[in-house]
Design a protein around this ligand. Sequence first.
Ligand code: BGC
Length: 465
Amino acid sequence: MRRMGFMREAFRSGNRYVVRLALVAALGGFLFGYDTGVISGALLFIGKDLNASEFDEQAFVGALLIGAVIGAMLAGWAADALSRRRTKIIAGAIYVLGALGSALAQTSPELIVARFVLGLAVGTASFVAPMYISELAPKNIRGGVTGFNQLMIVSGILAAYVVNWALKDAPNNWRWMLGLGALPGLGLAIGMYLLPYSPRWLMGKGRREEAHEVLCTVREDPGEVDEELDEIEKESREEGGLREAIAPNIRPLLVIGVVLAVAQQLIGVNTVIYYAPTILKFTGLGSGSAITQALSVGITNFLFTVLAIMLLDKIGRRPPLIAGTIGCIVALVALGIFFSSSSLQHDASWIALVCLIVYIASFAVGLGPVFWVMIAEIFPLPVRSAAMSASTVGNWAANFLVSTFFLSLVDAITREGTFWLYAGFGVLALIFFVARVPETKNRSLEEIGRELGATETDSPHATPA
Ligand code: BGC
């Protein structure tokens, strides 16, 4: 039977509610992108206004990433104890507080604290959003709608670039740049208040009636709801927590989650996202053209994420992951060759931009969405929160290290050395993905959990070991 395209499936009347719900839940992803992206432009003006030292400026960036590590840790507990829904309402409220606090800060330490508070919400929302969406979505569109979260992350980054550009000459501009994040935060808190609990969380709390009601609103065929609830019930009887997440049968999955998380960062994506203008300036461009060209990186990221969403339920998660990682490696090697040749830099500076575009397009179809989609799918329900939280903590910690030390790394091992190092991490990751990462397309979360979590040897494409 020919499979219908994601768009057609997603916009069939029965699935429209799931799509709306995913868009609201993914506002957390939008803020993740906005708050990480906006600081690069805001920094140009904060420095003078608050009399900030270089250390302060690094702290404005780093405090959010450290907050995100801690937020991701706490949210593992909150998603189970308080529910995915309430955790996201709280994250929305913290986004509002953090944005207003940043906009009103009068001193550097105040701004550092406000950015740390924002980070708590970023870390929380970064995995509770895909978790909540994947637990409500029907399996035939789950990859695409869970991928909305990545689409919202990249939209947030793009929105930040546009806001920075639009406000560059406005009075008090950095306060507006940072403060505007309060609006989507409010939208997230109110939106989540109006949305239902995850049926899988309800079943974990023994609230079958309510879970039944919610599932009926998000499934086209009510006949299948009882069968799905029975499956969830079987799984939710088991104990779950960090101890269970590192038990021998789950450990191989945790390794997959953490390797995907760390690989996503060690391949250098945020040096491209946060430093694209700097990298382009290395080629001799002036600041103005570097910022304009960097915008094309943001737009490419957005367009290829849309493509990924259309592909994930059609061709699966593994093919884009593997092809995308190969694309990133090729682009990184080429970027290294470019920076090692002074004649290329002199005669063909356009090569750097082409490499950055190929790199971000490859990331956008592969590791970008696939990491967040897969960690919401591979873990059995009882350990899902703890294991997703551990993977997300790995992601933010690696993000902190890579983005904080990028410029020092360039000083220590040269530009070409830095890009080749990222390519080397890419090759290691690729070998691991080919050998270990399973396909999860079009299977229920319970089927995936049973198959992958039950034994150490059974897996459709690979053997998690
Ligand atoms: C990553 C972020 C990154 C973004 C770029 C996300 O999947 O987790 O660290 O900034 O993609 O598109």
